[in-house]
Design a protein around this ligand. Structure first.
Ligand code: KG4
Ligand code: ZN
Length: 347
């Protein structure tokens, strides 16, 4: 079975061809860093225009790389939320048109569930049905959440961020430090081999459950706005540029606080689950990957990290989850509108 996947929820124009849920035949991702970089963040209007300009060429390239033609496509999958409304609409509308024209099923996919599926895109890894139940961590520029994955279509949210996502903590911190956008990769690079214990930053413990959505455990929720504010105060007290001998130690300490907050909550959320599955752009962070590996060894659990090519936004994860039976299909999929604030367990 061949699935064509389309992903345009934010600023990556992505199309992929996946066979049987785990063999990625093509994974085209056209980023828009040149468009948004000068603004220090994604500009929705510009993102959707870029998607409509470049999505057709991404589709053509994906079919060519997979060495298939239209007749080989068995289903078309696309992200319908969460994300930027105008960006989502471009990919979803294209997928509706393609599925109708080809006379093949359309599958509408929740972007966050697809991030949780991304570690299963590696040939040789357990199929998702055999791996469940497991704890899934989605850690990206827009989201940070812990989910108990029971089976495809049955998920329970355990904890999430109450303010900034982990990726935002990296990006906003990088901005304060005078680094470029997106800041995560730059912080990761500058923090290497530096003194992580140089400074202590808050890890945003959530103590009061009164303000939480029902059913969430405060100990498994995140708050990253405090760590960023602490960095701002620190830089106001002791202004620093990249010339300062301790500049990279401050960065390493800042990164460690974010990573520590994530790893501690994963350890707590695992309970008796035997497996931790991690996806999303921030899971590219080398220190986070190292700390998660240490945690897995210490607890004797199985750790599935997405391959670097599938950590950030991509369409292979969209096609993969559709092939595994996820998402909404049939007439209901055609009736769906782009859903910017779709919650992680819906759909
Ligand atoms: O999953 P993603 O590509 O897009 C969203 O759905 O948000 O994640 C993008 C986020 C950005 O905040 C970026 O700074 C962060 O992932 N990121 C990293 C690293 N690479 C990307 N954060 C920390 N360390 C990295 N190496
Ligand atoms: Zn994403």
């Amino acid at each position: 079975m061949i699935t064509l996947g389309v992903e345009t929820s934010c600023d990556e124009t992505a199309v992929a061809v996946v066979q049987d849920g785990c063999h990625v035949l093509a994974n085209v991702v056209l980023d828009q860093a040149d468009v948004h970089g000068p603004y220090g963040g994604v500009v929705p209007e510009l993102a959707s225009r870029r998607h409509s300009e470049r999505l057709p060429q991404a589709v053509t390239r994906a079919l060519r790389e997979a060495a298939i033609d239209w007749s080989a496509v068995d289903r078309v999958a696309a992200t319908y939320g969460p994300g930027l409304a105008s960006s989502l609409l471009v990919g979803l509308s294209l997928a509706k048109g393609l599925a109708l024209r080809l006379g093949k099923p359309l599958v509408a996919i929740n972007h966050l569930q697809a991030h949780m599926y991304s570690p299963f895109l590696t040939a040789g890894v357990l199929p998702v049905t055999a791996a469940a139940p497991f704890l899934a961590l989605v850690i990206s520029g827009g989201h940070t959440c812990l989910v108990r994955w029971e089976s495809v279509g049955r998920y329970r949210l355990l904890g999430e961020t109450l303010d900034d996502a982990a990726g935002e903590a990296f990006d906003k911190g990088a901005k304060l430090l005078g680094l470029g956008y997106p800041g995560g990769p730059e912080i990761d690079r500058l923090a290497r081999e530096r003194d992580r214990a140089f400074m202590t930053f808050p890890q945003g413990q959530v103590r009061n459950s009164r303000f939480l959505p029902e059913g969430l455990d405060p100990r498994l929720c995140f708050s990253f706005s405090g760590v960023k504010t602490a960095l701002r105060y620190q830089l106001q007290a002791v202004p620093m540029t990249s010339e300062h001998p301790r500049f990279r130690d401050v960065i390493a300490s800042y990164q460690e606080a974010i990573v520590d907050a994530v790893v501690t909550r994963c350890a707590l959320a695992l309970g008796d689950l035997p497996r931790l599955v991690v996806g999303g752009g921030v899971s590219l962070n080398s220190r986070l990957r190292e700390r998660l590996r240490e945690l897995a060894t210490r607890l004797g659990i199985d750790l599935l990290l997405a391959e670097p090519a599938y950590c950030g936004d991509n369409a292979a994860m969209i096609a993969g989850l559709a092939a595994a039976g996820g998402g909404i299909t049939g007439p209901a999929a055609y009736a769906l509108d782009a859903t910017p604030s779709l919650s992680v367990c819906s759909g």
